[in-house]
Every structure is written in C-alpha cells, then in structure tokens.
Design a protein around this ligand. Structure first.
Ligand SMILES: Nc1nc2c(c(=O)[nH]1)N[C@H]1C(S)=C(S)[C@@H](COP(=O)(O)OP(=O)(O)OC[C@H]3O[C@@H](n4cnc5c(=O)[nH]c(N)nc54)[C@H](O)[C@@H]3O)O[C@H]1N2
Ligand SMILES: Nc1nc2c(c(=O)[nH]1)N[C@H]1C(S)=C(S)[C@@H](COP(=O)(O)OP(=O)(O)OC[C@H]3O[C@@H](n4cnc5c(=O)[nH]c(N)nc54)[C@H](O)[C@@H]3O)O[C@H]1N2
Ligand SMILES: [Mo]
Length: 823
C-alpha cells in the first residue's frame, strides 16, 4: 500500500474531513483585533512573504506595512487552523509595546514591595533607561551575591529561528558578563529522557521512529497509548512540516486496526474510528503489568528475543509473578487498579502477541509521579512481544510529537547562534554553560530551599541561592505546576526580568518588561520539520517591529554593549551576515554530500526555500540494525542490550525508582486508596493553542465557554453535581481554585475532567495565596513534586479535585488586555 500523495491529501482536507484544518483561515472570522496606530508602517513593501513558525510555513500578505492575512505554504500537507491566531498575535491587545518597569521597583529599588507584583502597576521607560537598569542590576547581583545568584535557565517554547534564539542569546550575553544558573532537560519528557538512556542507551523520546510508510505497510495493530497525534502534531519545535498527517491518513485508508488507551476519546480516536479503552489516569503501569503477566501465563512472550536483546528479565519476572512481594501482577490485579476489565486486559495481551503491533506512547504518561516507570514498562512489554526492530512492530515514542515517523530527507544540518558555553553531545539544550544547573522543573523548589541537597540521576547537588531571574521565550506563570506555591516562592526574587511580545501572566509578575518582536518582524532562518528536515526556509521579515519592540538579538546586543562586551556578542556581524553564516555552513556540508543547494544570495533573494530529497529515509526501521547484529550494533547501555533491570539504577538506591519497572501507588489519583477527591484532573495539550501561545488572541473566542477555559466533564459527573453545559464552574482542590466553563461530553471517562494546560493565569488578588483564577489556569491545581529522584521531571498530570457550579459573584476576566498605562 503506498502513501496517498500530497495532492490527494490536500483535496481531502478541503473536503473538511480532517478537523476542519482545511478551512480557509478567514472563514474563522478572525480579523486582527487591533488597529496599530503606533506601528511603524514605512519600510516593508506590499506583497506576499514566505516565512515560518511552530505551526508551519506560511505566506503573509502585507498591505500598507501591515500583515493582513496568512495562508499556509502550498507544500504543507495539513496546515494548522491555529495559523489564524498567529496573525492575530502580532496585533492583539496583549502585545507589549514599550519597556515597562514595576513602579515600586523603579522608585524604591530591587526587592521593594514584592507583594505588588502582578497588580499591573507599571511605569513606561525609554529603551536607554531600560537597558541601563538591566545591565546595572545584572552587575549588582553578581557583585553582591556571586555568579550563582542569577537564574537564566529560562525554559520555554520560544519561536523557531537559528539567530533570534532568545534563550541561547540570553545565555550568550550572560556568559560574556560572568556566570549564571542554568537548567537542564525539559517539561515535555523530564522523566523519560533521563531513564531511557539507562534502558535503551538514547534519549529515545526525540529519536526518529520507524517511518510511517513502513507502519502503513506492516503494522497490523496500532496502539496510541496516551497519545493524541491528530492534535499534537500540529506543531514542531522548528517550522512545522505536518508529515505525520500524511502517515495517519494513509493508515486510516488502509483500514489498520487502531486502539486508543486514554481517559479521553481523543481527536485521534475519532479520526481513526478507533477502539477506545479508558483506564483511570496514572494507572498505566498496572495495566501494562497485567498484559505482561498474561503473556507469561499464556506463554506468549518471546523468550528468544528477551535472551538475545535484553538483560534482566530474569530479575523482573519474579516481581511480575508475585514471587518477591506475594502480589502476582495478574490481569485481575491490574483490573482493580486501572478499571479495565481483566478479560479485556487478557485479550489485549493475545492481540498484541498475535499481530504486528506498534506501541505508540505519548508523553503525558510520564509527566506524572513515578513517570519513569511508564516508558520503561512499555519498552519491557514491547521486549516481551519481541517485535522491536521488525518493520512496523515494537514501540515508538514520537509519533505524536513534531511529526516523528515522517521520512527524513537527505539534508545538511543547519547550525545556529551559540551561547558560548561548551556544547555537550545530544540535545541542543544540554549545554555546559552555567555556574550551576538544576533540572528545569525544580525551579520553585530551588527558590524555596537554597542550599538544600537534591538528587538527580545518580548525582547529588545543592540548590543555589538565587536572587534574580531573566526569562525569555517561556511562560512559567502558566507552564509551571502549583501556582500558589510558585507565587509565594517568586517573592524571593529581588528582580525578575521578562522579555516577551505579549503581556503574559509571567510578564505581569515581572519587575522589568522588555518588548521583543515576533519572528515576523525580523529576518531569520530555520529547517522545516524536526524529523523530516524537508527544507531550509528563509524566515523573512514580514513587517517592521510594531511599537517600540526590538528583536531579541538587538536587545541582548545592547545589554552586552552596556556591559562592555558588545563586540564579543555580535562578533561584528549583522543580522543577515549571521543568517548567511548558518546557511553557508550547511551549504559546505551539502556540497560534500553532493546534495543540490543554491548559493546564499540566490536562496535569500529567490524562492527563500531549498527542499531536499528523501531517499533512504523512506524505509527506516528503528532498531533494525541492533536486531540484525546486536554485537556489532550494540545499544549505548552498559550491557549493550535493552535493560529491563538496570544495575546503574540499582546502585543509586532510590526509593522512588527501583532497578526494574514496577507499579507504585502515586500520592493522589482517581480511585487511589488514600485519595481525598473524587475527580482526576487531566491537563492535556490544547487543540487550538501551543501551550499558552495564542491564548491572548481571538482564536480563544472559538473555544472559550462563558469567557473561560473549557472544562470537559462526563455527562454523568455533571448531572450528579447539577452542572449544565455552558455553566461557569469552580474547579478546586487543596492547592487552589479556578473558574472554567463546563463542556458536557461522553467522550471522557466518568471520574475525569479535563482542563487543558496553557490557559492564562488571572488571579483576582495577585500575589495572594489561594486567590481564585478567573480565566482557568489548570496549573493552579497541579502538584509541584519531582517525578522521582532519578528524573526530577514535572508531575503536571497528577492531580485530583472537585468541580461545582460557580455560585460566587460575577467576575470579569482581566488578563487579555495590557496593564494600565501599557495599552
Ligand atoms: N498542567 C500542565 N502543565 C504543563 C504541561 C502539561 O501537559 N500540563 N506541559 C508542559 C510542557 S510539555 C511544556 S513544553 C511547557 C510549555 O511551557 P512554555 O514553553 O513556557 O509555554 P508557551 O506558551 O509556549 O510559552 C512561550 C512563551 O515565549 C514567548 N515567545 C515566543 N517566541 C518568542 C521570541 O522569539 N522571543 C521572546 N522573547 N519570547 C517569545 C511567547 O509569547 C510565550 O509567552 O508547559 C508545561 N506545562
Ligand atoms: N496543539 C498542540 N500540539 C502540541 C502542543 C500544544 O500545546 N498544542 N504541545 C507540544 C508539546 S511541547 C508537547 S511536550 C507535546 C505533548 O504531547 P503529550 O504529552 O503526548 O500530550 P498530552 O495532551 O499532554 O497527552 C496526550 C494524551 O494522553 C492522555 N493522558 C493523560 N494522562 C493519561 C494517563 O494517565 N494514561 C493514559 N493512558 N493517557 C493519559 C491525554 O488524555 C491525552 O489525550 O505536544 C506538542 N504538540
Ligand atoms: Mo513540551
């Protein structure tokens, strides 16, 4: 079966079969919300300009210096409907227009009246003044408290672009100044990316998958386990390619059996008409163990595979069979925990073993307490099935992320601006820059416990005593867990600087706010597709910077200059010279590999895009080489094999991550033995946003309910509480309370409500612990503990609470306008 052509796919899209992604963007009725009087309209000519963003490449139309419409790049097989919000984000009322400083900070100095953070009491200052304040403060803090007092590990989904990479630029400036505290890892796969190297020898979460064409041809049973690729493949870390949608379309056309294991009947389940199994959240390890137990009892496990390619099954087996703890992990045992009937669990074991089965695991599973166990157990289960390395079988952890599984093109690697630290091998954020480093999700823990020793992946380190933070390209007052704990902890900062283009909740809690441009107001370059790498695209400036915003590069160059390091920062290069240097480095590789690629001028002044051919990438099968020759192609683990038992983890002696995968009862979960609340709160990634990005745009009007973030609730749970569709509800637990708009559905299992992550935090009384959030930031309700001493990832999907019809006084959401004086 061959994959449907792009043309067929687009035709299908225009028949609106795919979540309305094919709807013309204008059809949403989203005209830009603000007439920008202060925008500098001169300079940019009318016409259409090709550029790109997380949501894909697009052509922006410019009229009279304004971006008036966007249309997806013709070669995008499945454009995201979110592009309409991208247009609006440029001109939305939440745009930061001028440098602003919190009044008390400006008048009384660093650390003054920290209680007033978040109240919106800002004073406008000139750029000269702002740069001077920032430079002086960086120097004061370093001089007074030393190099480990400024946090610049600023995490978040900044825009694509190899030059205006605001996080690298921040660290580049900080490295020139002296030193800083950095962070490692990410919020996406904090637990799994730490345990996977012990198990399979790579980060695994961002590796290329057995490609879709092979899956379409060979896979007989596709299992999306806590994964919703139809929603989450809309975005990529670089410029979105959306190749995964071609794969999914072809898989559906072939009629391959799909099972979705998820508390929610997802868009993916709907798209495939999949079989839906809805376990209690956080109980997947029990479910997997129940399947594994059945495989052993019915002798369906592949002993030859286990012997040849794995190590430690003999140590795991006694646990599975209950010889070590008198608890056989039988289907019946699992059923009592996960609430999937024992017969269904046994049946899954038989079907997994009988068919060529791909276990496609998402990330939410491991953003939970003991999250490390999920993917370890999935790898163990796949090992027992013995299909790893066979076409279309085994496991895959990135089919839902950035279009993993899209065949990779024969493309050169595009480099970018460096932070001046020593680059480690591996993921881009694993730099060795920084006087100290913390796992990124432990930031609040660091603030509350200076000097405290913490464990992380076999090492021990001490939290630094941080007095100041500089945040770019992230929105911690939305992305971090347990907002009330965070609001308290943040008071410890003497100074908090935020550089963004929108008045996010984070910017509102800042002392100094610097207005950055969007990517559409500067020149840059990036690749299309994290896995596909199908093209290099000129991200050409569409319009001039609006109001007083400056590019991230210019802002950091100005600060560096104030610190006497301007030349070192810019290396004397202009924006376009930097871009050319990245392109030319790729061109050199391309020439060596005989990949056709034009010279820079022809590229930049011509089509603005170079596409690359796909050859060998079309047939890639993950772990095929290892399967073929485990001795010559060993894994990067100590044994060279898949480690079902890890001696390295055993040596760490952790009580929350043992030497083989196991079920551990989390602190709170639906149906948990000691859990106080009756509802699990799912905090998934939103269909019509990228986290918090675009929440401040008109796109919100397409999904908000009674002006609030939606709360999906099962009809039965709603009826039991007297809640009707469209009601304003209060969602609460011991950690906090938020308002939301009730959306009744039978597409969520009873006992679970869903409020997506990314809703902007909008406290009635900013700075006051427990204050009601008027819009619906679900992280007011989540818990801020590490997944385990091993990974120290976040537990964003471990929360329970209650929902009631809101009976308090009427509230007005206040977070979607600029603070007073900043309009
Ligand atoms: N409860 C719960 N919480 C979660 C999650 C969950 O599943 N549940 N998921 C977690 C995950 S996986 C992630 S990745 C995080 C995401 O958390 P974030 O990455 O912090 O979320 P974003 O909303 O993408 O924030 C990016 C910010 O950068 C700004 N920005 C974009 N481009 C630029 C630029 O070029 N320059 C500057 N200066 N600023 C820019 C945007 O305006 C926006 O404010 O959230 C985490 N939080
Ligand atoms: N549209 C859109 N796409 C995105 C993003 C976005 O914000 N918006 N963010 C991007 C980023 S940074 C990331 S990290 C990825 C995130 O990708 P994921 O982490 O995979 O996405 P989530 O939506 O958090 O969860 C996926 C599914 O897991 C289910 N789930 C939650 N808890 C459980 C559980 O305990 N058991 C089971 N079986 N299922 C569970 C949820 O209901 C959901 O359907 O998405 C990326 N793609
Ligand atoms: Mo993420």
């Amino acid at each position: 079966m061959s994959i449907a052509s792009k043309e067929e796919f687009r035709a299908e899209l225009s028949r609106r079969s795919f979540l309305n992604y094919g709807v013309a963007l204008g059809a949403l009725g989203l005209a830009p919300s603000l007439l920008v009087n202060g925008a500098r309209a001169a300079g940019m000519p009318d016409g259409e300009i090709l550029t790109g963003c997380h949501w894909g490449a697009f052509r922006a139309k410019v009229e009279g210096g304004r971006m008036v419409s966007v249309k997806p790049w013709e070669k995008d097989p499945a454009p995201s409907h979110q592009l309409a919000g991208v247009l609006d984000s440029v001109y939305s009322p939440t745009r930061i227009k001028y440098p602003m400083v919190r009044r008390a900070w400006l008048e009384k100095g660093p650390g003054a009246d920290v209680e007033s953070r978040g109240t919106g009491d800002f004073v406008r200052v000139s750029w000269d003044k702002a740069i001077e304040l920032v430079a002086k403060e960086l120097q004061r803090v370093e001089k007074t408290y030393g190099p480990a007092a400024t946090f610049a590990g600023s995490y978040g989904w900044k825009s694509p672009g190899r030059l205006h990479n605001c996080q690298s630029l921040l660290r580049r400036m900080m490295n020139l100044k002296g030193n800083f505290v950095n962070s490692s890892g990410d919020y996406s796969t904090g637990a799994a990316q730490i345990i996977m190297p012990h198990v399979v020898g790579t980060l695994e979460m961002y590796e290329q998958q057995t490609v879709w064409p092979v899956v379409v041809e060979k896979t007989e049973l596709m299992v999306f386990w806590g994964a919703d690729p139809v929603v989450t493949n809309q975005i990529s870390w670089v410029i979105g390619d959306h190749g995964g949608y071609e794969g999914m379309k072809a898989l559906k056309a072939k009629g391959t059996k799909v099972i979705c294991i998820d508390p929610v009947r997802t868009e993916t389940a709907e798209f495939f008409g999949a079989e839906w199994l809805a376990p209690r959240p956080q109980t997947d390890v029990a479910l997997m163990l129940g399947i594994a137990h059945t495989l052993v009892v019915e002798k369906l496990h592949d002993e030859k595979f286990l012997k040849t390619y794995t190590t430690g099954f003999d140590k795991f087996l006694p646990y599975l069979m209950g010889e070590t703890d008198k608890t056989p992990k039988s289907a019946e045992w699992a059923a009592a925990i996960c609430e999937i009937p024992a017969d269904t669990i046994k049946d899954l074991a038989r079907r997994f073993a009988k068919n060529r089965t791909m276990l496609a695991g998402g990330f939410a599973l491991q953003r939970q307490q003991y999250g490390e166990q999920r993917h370890w157990m999935l790898v163990t289960l796949a090992s027992m099935l013995g299909q790893i390395g066979l076409p279309g079988g085994g496991f895959g952890f990135s089919y839902h992320y950035a279009n993993g599984g899209t065949p990779s093109a024969d493309a050169p690697v595009l480099t970018g601006i460096t932070d001046g630290g020593k680059a480690k091998e591996g993921a881009a954020w694993m730099t060795e820059a920084g006087a100290a480093t913390i796992p990124c999700a432990r930031v609040v823990d660091m603030l509350l416990n200076p000097g405290k020793e913490f464990d992380f992946n076999g090492t021990k380190a001490k939290y630094p005593d941080v007095k100041m933070a500089y945040w770019v390209g992230g929105n911690p007052f939305v992305h971090h867990q347990d907002r009330n704990r965070m609001v308290e902890a943040w008071k410890k900062f003497e100074t908090f600087i935020v550089q963004d283009f929108q008045w996010t909740p984070t910017a509102r809690f800042a002392d100094i706010v610097l207005p950055a441009t969007t990517s559409y107001e500067r020149n840059d370059i990036d690749s299309v597709g994290d896995y596909a790498g199908s093209a290099i695209l000129a991200m050409k400036k569409v319009i001039d910077p609006v109001f007083e915003s400056k590019t991230d590069y210019d802002i950091f160059a100005l600060i560096a200059d104030k610190l006497g390091k301007g030349k070192e920062f810019t290396e004397g290069k202009t924006e376009l010279e930097w871009i050319k240097s990245f392109y030319d480095a790729a061109l050199t590789q391309a020439k060596a590999k005989k990949i056709p690629m034009p010279e820079f001028d022809a590229f930049w002044n011509g089509a603005g895009v170079v596409e690359f051919p796909v050859t060998t990438g079309k047939s890639f099968v993950r772990y095929a080489k290892f399967r073929e020759d485990p001795l010559l192609e060993p894994l990067g683990t100590p044994s060279g094999k898949i480690e079902i038992y890890s001696k390295n983890i055993e040596k760490m002696g952790y009580d929350d991550c043992g030497p083989h995968p196991m079920w551990m009862e989390p602190k709170e979960r639906l149906g948990g033995p000691t859990t106080k609340y009756k509802l699990a709160i799912a905090t998934s990634h939103p269909k019509s946003r990228l986290h918090s990005q675009l929440c401040g745009t008109k796109l919100r009007e397409t999904y908000q309910i009674a002006g609030h973030e939606p709360c999906l609730i099962n009809v039965k749970d709603a009826e039991a509480r007297g809640i009707k569709d469209g009601d304003v509800v209060r969602v609460f637990n011991d950690r906090g309370q938020i308002l939301a708009g009730a959306k009744l559905t039978d597409k969520i299992r009873p006992g679970v409500v869903r409020v997506n992550e990314g809703g902007w935090y909008d406290p009635i009384e900013p700075g006051k612990p427990g204050s009601l959030c008027r819009y619906g930031d679900v992280n007011v309700l989540t818990m801020d503990v590490g997944t385990s001493k091993l990974g120290q990832g976040n537990c964003a999907h471990s929360a329970v609470g209650e929902v009631e019809k809101y009976a308090g006084p009427a509230v007005t959401v206040g977070v979607f306008t600029a603070p007073k004086g900043a309009e």
